[in-house]
Design a protein around this ligand. Sequence first.
Ligand code: ADP
Ligand code: MG
Length: 339
Amino acid sequence: MSEVIRLLPDNIANQIAAGEVIQRPASVVKELIENAVDAGSSQIELHIKDAGKTSIQIIDDGKGMSEMDARMSFERHATSKISSAADLFSLSTKGFRGEALASIAAIAHVDMETVEAGEQIGTKIEIAGSKIESQEPCSRTKGTSICVKNLFFNVPARRNFLKSDNVETKHIVEEFNRIALTHPEVGFTFSHNGSIIHNLEIAGLRKRIVDLFGRNFNNKLVPIEEETDIVKVKGFIVKPEFARKTRGEQYFFVNDRFFKDNYFNHAVVSGYDNLLAQKHHPSYFIYLEVPSTTLDVNVHPTKTEVKFEDGRSIYSIIRSTVKLALGKYNIAPSLDFEH
Ligand code: ADP
Ligand code: MG
């Protein structure tokens, strides 16, 4: 008997894709806030219930969607952000795969309300398990609101493997921090079970760091800055005496995207030379800018890994930038550089 090969129905294909993109409530938070940022929002609200297990709502004041785009946005590989392979090398948006909404809608109940700029009547869609349950007009004056409920309702194994509310909330906070640090020019509100965790006004980077991590950060920070043809570096590192035994706040961004990189972490640490106590880790908030043709962000769907064409040179530049900044601070520790 011969095997029969068939294409999977959309709802199953979406559910499989969802397994890659959506691991836990924090993945939903990341994807939806990124969409809100990509939509040009200046104020974004995040409200979660029970660590996102019961609901995750994101409200933005971005450009919104038409009735048809609202429907299309839930199709797999539906994106307004790239239209050719070449665009992959000049991304100015966070999203580009067109997978997030399709994935989320495959494994949760989603209510979306959205309106295009200048309109008074928007559209409201309910979708669950990849199936549109209803779509009708609604009155709305700006932006988009998406509410994701009962995550993994049809994937019991995933649902059962979710960790405690405490742990899941920590993951959400981490995603939130990464985006809030990338976009100090956007205001954010974040609440959990009705109580406000953050209310971040539009700010400069130093103030955003302090608003997120506490006022005592204000006198810990040393600014760094360097500009070469290969990379521009800016941001803040902490004074050596504030390094800690735990890893602390260590953030790298490149072209407005958070990424993780042990190699560059090593560059920072070695820039401190012998100023760090044994086994102590510095906090840092380092923003790189490289020509987009020298960066590959299409490494993995969760996208915290990126590839640099010239990682070695960037390593040396980060190292010397850190060293120089600490040298200046040692000569004139009381000078407070503004960013
Ligand atoms: P991607 O972000 O990779 O394009 P998504 O599945 O996250 O894929 O979103 C699909 C499309 O839906 C986006 O390209 C965008 O056009 C639209 N979209 C999603 N969220 C919003 C939003 N909050 N405001 C406006 N448009 C949105
Ligand atoms: Mg997206």
